[in-house]
Design a protein around this ligand. Structure first.
Ligand code: MN
Length: 451
């Protein structure tokens, strides 16, 4: 396990050294999100091929095939169990190995890609098979996700949505005592870029009238961050928030597509069901917790007079100052007409993940507090990430205030909720003085009409 001193003092970690450079030239291009200090993990194959998906890391505008590099003995320092785990078509086996193994892989990968290391740099034959342009690749969901749970951890989002439906009582009495969540649907999680078919469902357009079965008219996105579970816990055991950090493999971007009209009719008394189960999009790259170390921060939304969490939800001594992650998150929309006219996507919101009220450690701890087991590769969604101001609201329900404040797109059309042909693009990056900026890449999806 990585020593706490390293977590608190990332300057001791050579993989984060701002002076480190890669022989992959595009890694120096700030536009790519993927300098040598990032090294996110995903699964890819050559676009249009029938190859089995394999594990790789993004470096600049390229992908290094980690499965092949490990088989060629280039990542020997990571150890035999890591080499074996890298041969799978998904990252679950690596996630199960835990932080010490993840650290060895990161160190070995960083060494191999550093300017001073000639092993792969000067081997043209190996490079032509192991280094693949991202433009020439396609991606799959990077884990076999057994279970997916979605939380509701932004107090700004919870208060905004609560005040629309319960003006006198926006925040339920449990909200500041436990991270509210629901069990989502793993089977419909798709990779960025896959089109999203507008769902049909049971909706009740006029209060007091009978419901109808119709295409959703109030289709929305939710900007979220996802955490993939590492080793996890056996059934019947619990993880405290202090223990949980070592069970977080890494983070990605998540779009929790939501049919608000379906949700409105179905959600009482048991919460979301069909409003959420038709699709969830994830970004292809998992940014590891080690890469995120320089960007850890306190959870800024908590106030001094907020209730102290129960002991199982408390962070380790000294860890509260790094319970959050300062990830700048953006949502952009490009309509079909905008794309046809060559217009750039419109920025709809920009917020930060530091504005959450509960941390992922607390979400893991609460999830396991009954003895529920989390397994390697399970996905936890943070809930919609919204900040205090209108420009940082992470879904259209809030951004257009239930459709009462439409957005105007550059093509002249108005939006309250998503139209067919709209592409939603989410982006995330971490920037801090003294450190190299890293990014998550994009999480995209275009709405297509019901079949
Ligand atoms: Mn959600």
């Amino acid at each position: 396990m990585t020593a706490d001193t390293t977590r608190l003092d990332p300057s001791r970690d050579p993989t984060l050294d701002p002076a480190r450079r890669s022989w992959v030239e595009s890694a120096d291009d700030a536009e790519t999100s993927f300098p040598i200090q990032n090294l996110p993990l995903g699964v890819f194959r050559r676009a249009g091929s029938a190859e089995t998906f394999r594990i790789g890391t993004a470096i600049g505008r390229e992908i290094l095939d980690l499965a092949g590099a490990a088989r060629s003995g280039m990542l020997g320092a990571a150890g035999a169990e890591v080499t074996e785990a890298l041969q799978a078509p998904a990252l679950n086996a690596l996630a199960a190995l835990g932080p010490a193994a993840w650290s060895r892989l990161r160190a070995a990968t960083g060494d191999l890609l550093s300017t001073g290391n000639a092993r792969l740099r000067d081997d043209r034959t190996a490079r032509s098979s192991l280094v693949v342009p991202q433009d020439a690749a396609e991606f799959d969901v990077p884990m076999r996700i057994g279970d997916y749970t979605d939380f509701y951890c932004s107090i700004h989002h919870a208060t905004n949505v609560g005040s629309m439906f319960r003006p006198d009582n926006p925040l339920m009495p449990n909200w500041k005592h436990l991270p509210v969540g629901y069990h989502g649907r793993a089977s419909s999680i798709v990779i960025s870029g896959r089109p999203i078919v507008r769902p049909r469902g049971q909706v009740c357009p006029v209060d007091g009238e009978p419901p109808i079965d119709a295409p959703s008219r109030l289709l929305d996105y939710e900007l979220e961050v996802g955490a993939f579970v590492g080793p996890g816990n056996p059934l019947g055991s619990r993880l405290t928030a202090a223990e949980a950090e070592a069970h977080i493999f890494g983070l990605c971007l998540v779009n929790d597509w939501s049919a608000r009209d379906v949700q409105k009719w179905e959600y009482q008394p048991l919460g979301p069901f069909n409003a959420k189960n038709f699709a969830t999009t994830v970004s292809p790259w998992i940014v590891t917790m080690e890469a995120l170390r320089p960007f850890r921060c306190p959870l800024t939304a908590r106030a001094a007079d907020d209730p102290e969490p129960l002991p199982y939800l408390r962070h380790a001594d000294g860890a509260a100052s790094s319970a959050g992650v300062d990830i700048t998150l953006e949502v952009l929309i490009a309509s079909r007409a905008m794309r046809a006219q060559g217009m750039a996507p419109m920025l709809v919101s920009r917020g930060s993940f530091r504005d959450m009220w509960w941390s992922f450690s607390q979400m893991l701890a609460h999830h396991t507090s009954t003895g529920c087991n989390l397994r390697p590769g399970d996905l936890l969604g943070s809930g919609t990430v919204s900040g205090a101001d209108a420009g940082s609201r992470g879904c259209l329900l809030e951004r257009t205030w239930r459709g009462t404040e439409p957005l105007t797109l550059p093509d002249g059309s108005a939006r309250t909720f998503l139209a067919d042909g709209d592409e939603v693009i989410m982006r995330g990056f971490c920037r801090r003085d003294g450190w190299v900026t890293i990014g998550f890449g994009a999480c995209r999806g275009e709405i297509i009409g019901p079949s």
